[in-house]
Ligand binder design. Structure first.
Ligand SMILES: [Mg+2]
Length: 324
């Protein structure tokens, strides 16, 4: 199918944009009614690096590309606005699969109030998708960054951890002795993570001191937050909330469940620090957004991340996925 026809077919499957998008896809550029602060992030996923077409359907890949980008808006506390996608598609990718990919992307955007407001389609040797997202805020105090953690603050996390990492193990066939429902749920968690946009907004507005999304794994992302804030995070491994099925998969794969949950990436939960007096307010804000919070530890002077086991011993060398 010629590119122009594909672009027209993509445009037909996108929903009518909201009123703030003054020029929908089809013009030379998008025109959007702005608010005071624009929060912009861009993510690229590459076949063979971030996903494989053998284990991810086109809709999974589109979902993942959009969810990854939107999760960074969640981590700032921004209100989602628009997404722009660049699709580099292999010549052998059938048109129906290209459209399924866009549908996967559009589905995440729709659920999170984001308008797919523009993009580009090119032919390429491998599948590469870049998604740029813009979120909005009316003032800086609605937002949170990685740099505000202070000694004495408490450390918390939304939701439960390890589902994506356990899902990757079941997809790779490394945890056979697990029931089919658990396998399906965890594989789905790996292929279709949902960004925590509402929780991110609630947490940022409740007065958390620092906020980051868990893309590379708790051990690594906590280190990013600690470095940016100039503090140390002391976390208790036993306190980690495990997602359902993670313990069973870890056992079947001969792994420690909490170490798996601390090091495997792509859970897209939110890690935050908060002054002790605001802990309740932060928890309430997250619960209103539909997710639990768990206290993992405290912020200390110094640097780096100290992960303690049940006996209080510091574990060395636990790291998540670190991008080159
Ligand atoms: Mg991030």
């Amino acid at each position: 199918m010629p590119e122009l026809d594909l672009v027209a077919a993509i445009r037909r499957l996108l929903p009518e944009p909201p009123g703030r998008v003054l020029r929908p896809p089809g013009d030379d550029a998008a025109v959007v009614r702005a608010r005071a602060l624009a929060i912009t992030s861009l993510d690229t996923v590459v076949e063979g690096v971030h996903f494989s077409r053998a284990t991810h359907s086109p809709a999974d890949i589109g979902h993942k590309a959009a969810a990854t980008a939107l999760s960074d808006l969640a981590a700032m506390g921004a209100e989602p606005g628009e997404a722009y996608a660049s699709l580099a598609l292999p010549a052998d990718l059938p048109e129906a699969e290209a459209l399924a990919l866009v549908e996967g992307m559009a589905g995440v955007c729709r659920r999170h109030g984001t308008a797919l407001a523009g993009g580009d389609v090119v032919r390429s040797g491998i599948l590469v998708i870049t998604v740029a997202v813009t979120g909005w805020a009316d003032s800086e105090d609605e937002l949170a960054g990685r740099d505000g953690a202070r000694p004495g603050d408490l450390v918390g996390v939304t939701g439960a951890l390890g589902a994506s990492g356990a899902g990757l193990l079941v997809i790779a066939g490394e945890a056979d002795a697990v029931d089919a429902d658990t396998v399906r749920a965890l594989a789905d968690a790996h292929r279709r993570p949902e960004p925590r946009l509402l929780a991110g907004r609630g947490l940022a507005r409740s007065g958390v001191s620092a906020l980051i999304d868990l893309s590379d794994g708790l051990a690594t992302d906590a280190r990013h937050l600690a470095a940016q804030s100039g503090v140390a995070l002391e976390l208790e491994l036993e306190a980690l909330p495990l997602a359902g099925g993670v313990a069973a998969v870890a056992e079947a794969a001969g792994r420690d469940a909490r170490e798996l949950a601390a090091t495997a990436g792509e859970d897209y939960e939110l890690l935050f620090t908060v002054p002790a007096g605001r802990w309740e307010a932060a928890g309430d804000a997250a619960r209103q957004a539909g997710c639990a919070v768990t206290r993992l530890g405290v912020v200390l002077p110094g640097g780096g991340v100290i992960l303690r086991d049940a006996r209080g011993r510091a574990l060395e060398g636990l790291r998540g996925y670190e991008h080159a």
